[in-house]
Design a protein around this ligand. Structure first.
Ligand SMILES: NC(=O)c1ccc[n+]([C@@H]2O[C@H](COP(=O)([O-])OP(=O)(O)OC[C@H]3O[C@@H](n4cnc5c(N)ncnc54)[C@H](O)[C@@H]3O)[C@@H](O)[C@H]2O)c1
Length: 414
């Protein structure tokens, strides 16, 4: 349980139930307000859940225990759950990323050291049990998806029932189904900023600036991106109230290329005028449009075969570097594990100067459109739409568009 999901569910008006086996993690998330209530008994959790359902009360409930026990309880009691996923750290299954059912937290910690083979077998058996319960819930109408934590990959390696006859998974990855077509292909991604003053007042001003810019853009958004704009405006308007800051005064907001550039330019201006008291550092997650080549996650909705190449992250970092990023990074393993992914990232300091204004426009334009172009070449319709719009708004940008060809024409050539 990272806490973000429980909080996001409540912001979206949903009821969230999350399991976490480590009591210290549960305590911390609860104390920091990421999760509303904690239960150690499944029957008590069920009563509270049903009360929330009957009263349509958005709330987040933590079960302190093994997630497999929770899934099995939900399935055995035929409780109706609409959406389900798993967020154990299965990119690291053998060293504490996943705690197998049937063992206490302490037993697992000692077994993974004293008898790693036995621990591995316990993880595999647990994944098979977990999938069986999830499959029952899905047969009852629950929509399940892979959260990008290598759940389906590890479950398949454990011999769990997650494969179709054609070798693909029975459940989608959330990038194939949701994030790719609705967000990344249009250029929406997790734009981030940190107020270096460390003052909550600066973050508050930056939130208001960002919300105002998104509202302006939303007024003329095409219907394809109306929903994304509405959701993100709701998010940033509510962000302050939801007390999401634990350390640095920082925010994360999904925005497209136009949004990121306009918000960054407005921040730079606010720093110049003194409305924001000190520089802001921009960044983004690696889980974005352009920065990451990850066939099990970020590029899993690229179906022309090129999702298995590692070119985009490299081009992204080099392009960002030349166009004015303050620093760039290229690294490996983000989210899905070493050797499975290449990630590129950047940081950019906005200090209110004219030069920062010039650099932010050049760099953010590349940072987003590089990925949209790449996605358009894979013939993702939403990305073709987005890159055509980008070329209309910036005549200096020329991107080759893909040609659509009937499969039968290609096949006739061979
Ligand atoms: N899709 C995304 O946007 C996204 C974002 C962040 C992380 N992830 C992926 O999700 C995974 C988790 O990320 P995180 O930052 O929350 O990691 P984390 O390690 O902080 O949290 C995982 C938690 O799962 C708990 N856990 C493990 N096995 C359990 C079990 N059987 N029952 C109950 N609890 C159990 C652990 O105690 C741990 O606290 C990672 O693989 C990460 O790459 C995806």
């Amino acid at each position: 349980m990272s806490g973000a999901q429980a909080k996001a569910a409540v912001i979206a008006g949903a009821i969230a139930v999350v399991a976490e086996i480590n009591p210290l993690v549960v305590k911390k998330r609860h104390e920091q307000g990421w999760v509303d209530e904690v239960y150690t008994e499944l029957s008590e959790l069920e009563r509270r859940l049903m009360h929330a359902v009957c009263n349509r009360e958005p709330v987040s409930l933590a079960y302190q225990g093994n997630v497999v026990d929770l899934w099995e309880y939900l399935a055995a009691h035929k409780l109706q759950i609409e959406l389900g996923s798993d967020q154990t750290s299965l990119h690291n299954p053998w060293s504490g990323g996943y705690y197998p059912a049937g063992l206490t937290f302490e037993e697992s910690n000692s077994l993974m050291v004293s008898d790693p083979d036995k621990f591995r077998e316990a993880v595999r058996a647990s994944l098979r049990r977990q999938v069986e319960a999830i499959n029952l819930m899905s047969a009852g109408g629950m929509y399940f998806w892979d959260y990008g934590n290598a759940f389906l990959l590890e479950a398949s390696r454990a011999g769990a029932d997650v494969m179709k006859a054609d070798g693909t998974f029975i459940y989608p990855s959330y990038v194939q189904d949701i994030m790719g077509p609705l967000f990344f292909d249009y250029g929406f991604g997790p734009f981030r900023w940190v107020c270096t003053s460390g003052r909550p007042e600066d973050l508050d001003v930056s939130d208001k600036i960002a919300a105002g810019i998104l509202e302006e853009i939303a007024a003329t958004s095409p219907k394809e991106t109306e929903m994304q704009m509405r959701d993100n405006i709701h998010w940033i308007r509510e962000a302050g109230k939801n007390k999401l800051v634990v350390g640095s005064q920082a925010r994360i907001l999904y925005a497209d290329c136009e949004g990121r550039i306009k918000i960054a330019a407005a921040f730079n201006e606010a720093i110049r005028s003194g409305q924001i008291s000190a520089p802001i550092v921009l960044g983004r997650d690696h889980h974005d449009v352009s920065g990451t080549d990850s066939p099990y996650r970020e590029t899993s909705n690229i179906y022309d075969g090129s999702g298995f190449t590692a070119d985009m992250a490299i081009q992204n970092v080099i392009g960002d570097g030349f166009r004015g990023a303050t620093w760039v990074s290229i690294h490996n393993g983000g989210g899905v594990g070493w050797g499975e992914v290449i990630n590129g990232g950047f940081g950019m300091l906005l200090d209110g100067t004219e030069d920062a204004g010039r650099r932010l426009r050049m760099m953010l334009h590349w940072d987003v459109n590089n990925g949209i172009a790449r996605r358009a070449w894979a013939r993702n319709e939403e990305a073709v739409f987005a890159i055509k719009r980008a070329m209309q708004s910036e005549p200096g940008l020329m991107v080759t568009l893909p040609n659509q060809v009937e499969d039968s024409l290609i096949c006739n050539l061979f």
